[in-house]
Design a binder for this molecule. Structure first.
Ligand SMILES: NC(=O)c1ccc[n+]([C@@H]2O[C@H](COP(=O)([O-])OP(=O)(O)OC[C@H]3O[C@@H](n4cnc5c(N)ncnc54)[C@H](OP(=O)(O)O)[C@@H]3O)[C@@H](O)[C@H]2O)c1
Length: 316
């Protein structure tokens, strides 16, 4: 007890000193507090403004808006299935002519004809296997040389069939991810950007993934390839937005497509957590020009936020 009393007596001047210093700096602390609250308030207001602008724009979107804003032709890579096919159909529903790129000629022919008849737009296709690397791009460049590409959806992508440690991923799969997810996306925008810059308009959508924003053990190479895309997109935004080009990164979580089916039977069923590709494309197309990064669905935005993304400067 005596020890406590001695400690109290010894610490009392220190306590008084701290209290005095606190009183002296009270006003400064009040200013810091006010600035912090103001900054948080401003963030909330900006968020509300973005949300209102987003929803009004969705409702007021005229069907010819996209073509007028960016141009009448869109190129969609990986357009024969999943998210890419859904993008192609959604853009066609806005009256935009579509050039599809994928590997399989028969599938390209079928999807191309179906889009042309359903939406009454012009379509054509280029068959190219991005996994072949550099050799396929001169032909693509040649095929697109007289086309005023208004929108490029860089969608083609591959993943592992199931989660694996890096050392277990076959070499061929590693090169496929590098060739398709990284190299092809970069080359495609390298091909179409000069024309867009010349016309001072255009939009590029790079289909990344939530794995670009969340650390993904056992999908490390895939996740890293998508981080490349997401990072590239952000840098391109700064390089080209002043030249009239809109650049966007799409970062969905799980979408019910062939890509994720081998991983888990759970994903065969669609749910609020695992939307259909057409629902993702429906929402994503309506954010073109509005936000430079979107997951394409509210539930995915919540999932990415809940998991704590490694970067957070999105517009979604
Ligand atoms: N599904 C998801 O949960 C999810 C989530 C986040 C991000 N993503 C991303 O979304 C994009 C589309 O994925 P998805 O789920 O729609 O996949 P998907 O259903 O498997 O479709 C992939 C498309 O890419 C084409 N493709 C594949 N390899 C190609 C190659 N070597 N050369 C040219 N085209 C090739 C395929 O066409 P052919 O086979 O006919 O050639 C197909 O049209 C990918 O970039 C993926 O990483 C998907």
């Amino acid at each position: 007890m005596e020890l406590v009393a001695v400690m109290k007596r010894a610490l009392s001047p220190l306590y008084e000193e701290i209290l005095q210093a606190y009183r002296n700096h009270l006003e400064l602390l009040a200013v810091v507090g006010a600035l912090y609250t103001a900054q948080k308030g401003l963030n909330v207001l900006c968020g509300c403004y973005r949300a209102i602008k987003f929803h009004i724009s969705i409702r007021m979107f005229s069907k010819t808006f996209l073509a007028r804003q960016y141009g009448g032709w869109a190129v969609v890579t990986g357009a024969t299935d999943g998210i890419g096919k859904a993008y192609a159909e959604e853009l066609a529903s806005f009256g935009i002519n579509i050039i599809l790129i994928s590997r399989n000629r028969d599938k390209l022919q079928t999807v191309s004809e179906s889009i042309a008849t359903t939406y009454g737009v012009k379509t054509s296709f280029i068959d190219a296997d991005f996994n072949k690397g550099r050799e396929v791009f001169p032909a693509i460049k040649e095929a697109l040389k007289d086309v005023d590409v208004g929108i490029l959806v860089n969608n083609a992508g591959v993943c592992y069939e199931y989660p694996q440690y890096v050392t277990d991923v076959p070499e061929d799969k590693i090169w496929e991810i590098i060739n398709v997810n990284i190299a092809a996306t970069t080359m495609m925008l390298h091909i179409v950007l000069p024309g867009m810059v010349q016309r001072k308009k255009g939009a590029i959508i790079n289909v990344a993934s939530a794995s670009a924003r969340i650390i993904c053990p056992q999908l490390a190479i895939y996740g890293a390839s998508k981080t490349y895309l997401d990072n590239l997109t952000e840098a391109l935004y700064h390089e080209y937005s002043s030249k009239g080009i809109f650049i966007q990164s799409l970062t969905p979580v799980f979408v019910a497509t062939n890509m994720i089916r081998p991983m888990c039977t759970f994903f065969k069923r669609t749910s609020i957590l695992v939307p259909l590709a057409k629902d993702t494309a429906y929402k994503a197309v309506r954010t073109i020009g509005l936000c430079r990064r979107t997951t394409g669905s509210y539930s995915h935005s919540l999932q990415v936020r809940r998991s704590g993304s490694k970067v957070n400067n999105s517009g979604d």
